[in-house]
Ligand binder design. Structure first.
Ligand SMILES: Nc1ncnc2c1ncn2[C@@H]1O[C@H](COP(=O)(O)OP(=O)(O)OP(=O)(O)O)[C@@H](O)[C@H]1O
Length: 326
């Protein structure tokens, strides 16, 4: 549905997007994740035809966003980070204005306005001045305008930023519903957000793509060593002797004795943690030593995100210099 090839964007000497390539398939919800300043908004602005690129290509359903902007833009609904709402209009008036700008007219325009108002649950405020609406409702107006024209792709830049927890839940639910019949790409610097809503996550840092996978696969990659804590009915020396026989354990720390035995913290080399815990279980069983408790701490997506972005921090990037877009 969307192909981004070797996309690069420089602001003066500063490279905000650096040779970015990825493909977005139809009908999924994608999360575009990265720390502040990673280049998410810049990439989204280019993908939606709002900003030129220094190099590279973006195709939307086969249409080049730079060579055929009209055709390509018809396929995209975009909610920028700061939606350009007209504060002295009502949602209905604003949506009529945007709908007309998208080429809708007459009965079809009215049908689509009513449909997007219903989808985004704007009915109670449809005739209230936008300036008087809560941030959550303003965000819904922004999403509603993106839905006009029934685009195949919806791109949302930080859709939940600045909302209160209840509004965040409502907007996430709305995005999930949109994902049922649209391709949705949303940006965020909050991991838990993309983790719960998205089927695939692109992680960028300093303008570079550093990971692109399903949340569960990213977790499975387990870049950090995993940890196991156990309690066994034995002495510190015996626990250590048993555990030294088990493969993939890289560090053994025996804590002071508990009333019921010893508590041991283990680090593993990233091998399948369930296989390691199975070996531990049988190692204790062979010695007829009771293993009372075992808890596994897997590296979570948060750890992977931090590790990946830190790696990119130290990867020798070009020096930053602030310059305005020409
Ligand atoms: N017009 C501009 N002129 C110069 N530098 C810019 C311009 N727009 C963005 N930048 C810089 O480009 C980098 C990427 O910015 P961008 O807004 O794309 O990042 P982001 O990932 O969306 O960040 P955030 O989560 O903070 O919105 C940042 O260092 C930013 O300061």
């Amino acid at each position: 549905m969307i192909t981004v090839e070797h996309l690069t964007k420089c602001y003066g000497d500063f490279m905000a997007v650096n040779d970015l390539s990825f493909e977005i398939e139809e009908g999924h919800v994608y999360g575009f994740l990265g720390p502040n300043g990673a280049g998410k908004s810049t990439t989204m602005n280019i993908m939606t035809g709002c900003l030129s690129a220094t190099a590279g290509h973006v195709h939307i359903d086969g249409h080049d966003i730079f060579d055929e902007p009209g055709e390509a833009k018809k396929l995209i609904g975009y909610l920028p980070e700061q939606p350009p709402l007209y504060m002295n209009e009502t949602p209905e008036e604003y949506l009529r204005f945007v709908g007309e700008a998208k080429g809708l007219r007459g009965a079809e325009l009215e049908r689509q306005i009513n449909s997007v108002i219903e989808q985004t649950r704007l009915q109670p405020v449809r005739r209230r001045c936008i300036s008087a609406l809560s941030k959550g409702y303003k965000q819904r107006v922004g999403i509603a305008q993106a839905l006009l024209g029934n685009p195949k792709v919806i791109i949302l830049d930080e859709p939940t930023v600045g909302l209160d927890p209840l509004q965040i839940i409502e907007i996430r639910e709305l995005i999930r519903q949109l994902g049922q019949d649209h391709t949705v790409i949303l940006s965020s610097h909050i991991l838990s957000e993309v983790q719960t809503m998205c089927e695939k996550i692109l992680i960028i840092a300093k303008g570079r793509l550093i990971a692109f996978d399903a949340p569960e696969n990213l977790e499975r990659q387990l870049l950090s060593p995993s940890e196991i804590t156990l309690t066994a009915e034995t002495t510190a020396d015996e626990a250590r002797a048993i555990l030294e026989q088990v493969e993939h354990i890289t560090e053994i720390t025996v804590e002071e004795a508990q009333p019921q035995g010893v508590c041991v913290h283990l680090k593993t080399d990233g091998a399948d943690i369930y296989a390691v815990s199975r070996s531990i279980f049988f190692a204790f069983a062979r010695q007829e030593t009771a293993l009372l408790e075992m808890t596994l701490k897997k590296a979570n997506l948060e750890d992977i995100f931090l590790e990946l972005t830190e790696q990119s921090e130290t990867a020798g990037e070009p020096a930053e210099s602030e310059a305005e877009d020409a």
